[in-house]
Design a protein around this ligand. Structure first.
Ligand code: GRG
Length: 302
């Protein structure tokens, strides 16, 4: 029997497949010159990520009546940027990890130099894709793509992803307050998730009031994502996570679990979920997929 919830999940699975196909089209073929870099890029990009960021782009656009085809470049660009950040984060100079998405990390398979270049290639390709408008040189479509590119660029720059990573590196071995931890994660994790939601809405032509609701949603979901990640790192095994488990405690890292305990961290995630869902109410039924994604982010086990 098909329940409304299972119908929703089928729709997400359908979108996931569309994203996989669009990512495949957006990259040079595996054998294209120079083959090593394309093998490395594809190895990490198609290693089985959950595709949460593309789903957020597509669902945010849907919440304001956007055309899915217009949203796909940003959906792919966000996943490419996310994958680049994972490859670089796993390098010996950063987190020095051997396992990602259930497979040996890029530098373990291809060596450090190619892993660095694979991350660089993904970041570059993401903005190439955003700027590629098939000859369309003017009009509102170009303006929206430019705005979404700026949102994405800001999120992966020094006030977002990079800034959060620097703060993370500099926090190692130091006592971190709850406010500092929140700042770190809003930059390292929340900024890109927020750019997916805001960028998707901008590509769909959202107005100020809808953007304000969606920013509130993204603010709550961005933090919830990291709180849940900390809980999973402390409570799940590596086979379940597809990456090394218990790393935070082993590195004496400040996390929501080390600062507040597992139960309080779980409660915080549920409260953030309620905040995210409340922000969507004025957007009505079109925001249902965003609501489902918030639930899946908070209730996930990997
Ligand atoms: C630019 C080097 C560099 C780093 C930026 C994002 C980041 C900082 C590092 C990545 C590692 C990390 C622990 C990030 C926190 C966000 C997070 C929990 C990522 C995992 O995202 P999922 O669960 O992964 O969406 P999948 O594999 O499903 O895509």
């Amino acid at each position: 029997m098909t329940t409304p919830a299972s119908g929703f999940h089928a729709a997400l699975e359908d979108r996931r497949r569309q994203v996989e196909a669009a990512l495949d089209r957006a990259l040079p073929a595996e054998g294209a010159w120079p083959a090593t870099i394309h093998r490395a890029v594809r190895y990490s990009l198609f290693a089985g990520g959950k595709r949460i960021r593309p789903q957020l782009v597509l669902a945010a656009g849907e919440a304001v009546g956007g055309d899915p085809a217009e949203l796909m470049p940003l959906a792919c660009a966000a996943e490419m940027i996310h994958t680049y950040s994972l490859i670089h984060d796993d390098l010996p100079a950063m987190d020095d990890d051997d396992l990602r998405r259930g497979k040996p990390t890029s530098h373990k398979v291809f060596g450090e130099a190619i892993a660095i270049l694979a991350g660089d290639a993904l970041l570059t390709r993401a903005f190439h894709l955003m700027a590629d408008l098939d000859g369309d040189q003017d009009g509102p479509r170009v303006a929206r793509r430019l705005r979404a590119s700026a949102i994405l660029g800001e999120a992966c720059g020094t006030s977002g992803l990079i800034g959060g990573q620097v703060m993370d590196l500099e926090s190692e071995g130091k006592a971190v307050t709850a406010a500092e931890l929140e700042r770190l994660h809003r930059a390292k994790t929340g900024a890109l998730l927020g750019a997916c939601v805001r960028g998707g809405a901008v590509l769909a032509g959202a107005d100020g009031a809808a953007l304000e609701r969606l920013d509130r949603y993204a603010h709550a979901v961005g933090l919830a994502f990291q709180v849940v990640d900390d809980v999973l790192d402390a409570t799940e095994a590596a086979e379940q996570l597809g990456k090394t488990a218990g790393k935070d405690a082993a590195a004496s890292k400040a996390t929501y679990v080390s600062l507040h305990g597992v139960e309080t961290a779980r409660r915080m995630a549920r409260e953030l979920l309620d905040e995210a869902l409340a922000a969507l109410v004025p957007l009505g039924a079109r925001a249902a997929t965003l609501g489902l994604l918030a639930r899946l982010i908070v209730e996930r086990r990997a």
